[in-house]
Design a protein. Structure first.
Length: 256
């Protein structure tokens, strides 16, 4: 039970700090683009870049998470995020005139890293917690993510008035480093079902990225309830984009 509790605290720390830092940075990027361009369209482009990239890499993410070590994927994703942020901070200072390109590239890299990390974390819950604790861990994981998403815009707007965007990147590095340390110390259950090397080799010969993606679409089509949930979630997120664009716009008006 102690190991489960330790895993729970670590996964919640990783989830909160990773989500909170990312949402704060995303909100700050929106405010920065609005301040520099005065255009909601420019900020809309920055906001839509991440979801489009996430959609495009979905087949690759699912294939990688099914085939390789979840912990290694999570660590690699965090390292990729940290390196991307450090490079952005350096380039942002050296080449301020191409800030929009730098921000779009950063958003793209973070979307790729977050896509692998989020999927790997969700897939790892069954390997981190016993059957009796899995539902509780999943609920707390979702609640922690929602709390971080709620607090990030408020604190992000406050911090934005005090520091430059490149400093935001360094703060995000701190958050991601805390999440990385928590992930490193995760302990997977010994009795969790993990494919061995022989199983992976057989699986690789029988399927590949495209076939896995097609199988996923076929599963959704054959299970109408999941299809309705997926479609509804996509529609809700689409309409909530107006809030993501409108909220920074109103913040900018107040700041001016």
């Amino acid at each position: 039970m102690l190991r489960v509790n330790n895993n729970l605290s670590r996964i919640l720390i990783a989830k909160f700090f990773g989500t909170f830092g990312s949402e704060m940075l995303s909100f700050a990027i929106g405010l920065y683009i609005l301040r520099r361009t005065g255009s909601a369209l420019g900020m809309g482009i920055s906001l839509v870049t991440g979801p489009i990239v996430s959609l495009c890499i979905t087949p690759f993410v699912g294939y990688a998470v099914d085939r390789y070590s979840h912990k290694k994927i999570m660590i690699a994703s965090q390292l990729g995020t940290i390196i991307s942020l450090l490079l952005f901070a350096l380039f942002f200072i050296e080449f301020p005139s191409i800030y929009f390109v730098e921000l779009v590239v950063l958003i793209t890299l973070l979307a790729i890293s977050d896509g692998f990390l989020t999927t790997a974390v969700q897939a790892s819950l069954a390997q981190l917690f016993g059957k009796d604790d899995l539902q509780r861990a999943n609920s707390l994981n979702q609640s922690t993510s929602s709390l971080a998403e709620f607090l990030a815009p408020v604190l992000g707007a406050v911090v934005y008035t005090l520091i430059n965007l490149d400093m935001f990147a360094y703060i995000e590095v701190g958050f991601e480093t805390v999440a990385l340390i928590a992930i490193i110390f995760l302990k997977f259950l010994k009795n969790s079902k993990i494919l061995d090397a022989e199983d992976l080799q057989v699986a690789d010969t029988e399927s590949h990225i495209v076939s896995n993606f097609i199988e996923g679409l076929r599963f959704l089509w054959e299970n109408k309830l999941y299809l309705v949930f997926s479609g509804s979630s996509g529609a809700i997120n689409f309409f909530f984009a107006t809030i993501n664009i409108g909220l920074p716009f109103f913040w900018l008006i107040n700041l001016i």
